[in-house]
Design a protein around this ligand. Structure first.
Ligand SMILES: Nc1ccn([C@@H]2O[C@H](COP(=O)(O)OP(=O)(O)OP(=O)(O)O)[C@@H](O)[C@H]2O)c(=O)n1
Ligand SMILES: C[C@](O)(CO)[C@H](O)COP(=O)(O)O
Length: 276
């Protein structure tokens, strides 16, 4: 699949920006092990990646969903995209998460600087359309937005001590600590400028995209909005089971609400409907 080249490069004056969600599925899942990328593991009967992409397909604020997949497993992502019906392109990911983010930005070269992109870990299958919508909403008044949750634990900094053993170095105040999640959303002009500088830095090391904006565009405020404790990243063995439990709890709560909770299904039609 390819990105639709007929899409306008710049939104007409006064029009709302175009919103693309890029689901980053280029990782091999080394910590999970098992020989297959974790985004393809089944979670309640559907691959992890399918859950993640479905939340964006269901979010009325999102116009377009693309998936960046480990090249060797692109065919499986194409099948998932075909099932969902709301994914416009499945493209090859890069060798690192940062390279996959850059590949997503390259795929959006035809979009204007004022358009928006949401970068999301395919390994976070429990993201909800509600969090996606809040992220897009915050981008009305910010150039970069990350979703995060407060840290319940005291988070400490460690380093190697005199005998080589790990020792405590610093205890940052917990009240100012958050655990960063995805989606992370950006005006394209902002994230493009940040990555342009980042890619010129031979010392570039990044584990998320808001961090790249913070480091390379210090003048740009990165807004933090409330994430969701359940929006875990499937990382280590056992995490799929935890995600399944959280999903079941969410479904039970939604059923208790009369089914009004966030559904991770939806179609392009619903999106079109919301734009009228
Ligand atoms: N080359 C890469 C590496 C990571 N990711 C994506 O970035 C997200 C978060 O990364 P992580 O949890 O580290 O995934 P993996 O890199 O697959 O895991 P590991 O580090 O254990 O190998 C995942 O959705 C993963 O697919 C990516 O798109 N391209
Ligand atoms: C982007 C992220 O999910 C925010 O918590 C995280 O940094 C990804 O990190 P990883 O090293 O790729 O697991």
């Amino acid at each position: 699949m390819q990105v639709d080249p007929a899409s306008p490069a710049h939104a007409p004056a006064g029009a709302r920006p175009h919103v693309t969600a890029a689901v980053l599925a280029g990782g091999v899942g080394a910590r999970m092990g098992g020989g297959r990328p974790k985004q393809l593991l089944p979670l309640a009967g559907r691959p992890v990646l399918e859950h993640a992409a479905a939340a964006f397909c269901a979010a009325p604020e999102v116009d377009d969903v693309i998936v960046l997949m480990v090249p060797e497993h692109r065919a499986e992502a194409e099948e998932i995209a075909a099932r969902l019906g709301g994914v416009s392109a499945v493209l090859p990911g890069g060798a690192s998460r940062t390279e996959t983010s850059v590949a997503a930005l390259r795929a959006l070269e035809h979009r204007g600087d004022g358009d928006l992109v949401l970068l999301h870990d395919a390994a976070r299958p429990l993201v909800t359309p509600g969090v996606v919508g809040a992220c897009v909403g915050a981008l009305a008044s910010a150039g970069a937005v990350g979703v995060a949750v407060p840290s319940g634990d005291t988070v400490v900094e460690v380093s190697a001590g005199s005998g080589g053993a790990e020792v405590l170095r610093d205890v940052p105040p917990r009240s100012s600590l958050r655990r960063m999640q995805t989606p992370q959303g950006f005006r394209l002009g902002v994230v493009r400028r940040a990555y342009r500088k980042a890619l010129a830095d031979p010392a570039l090391v990044a584990t998320d995209d808001c961090g790249v904006v913070l480091r390379y565009l210090p003048e740009e405020e990165v807004r933090i909005i409330a994430g969701d404790e359940a929006n875990i990243k499937v990382t280590n063995p056992g995490d799929v089971e935890i995600a399944e439990t959280l999903l079941r709890l969410r479904e039970q709560r939604a059923a208790g609400d009369g089914g009004s909770g966030p559904a991770a299904t939806g179609t392009r039609d619903r999106r079109r409907e919301s734009r009228r």
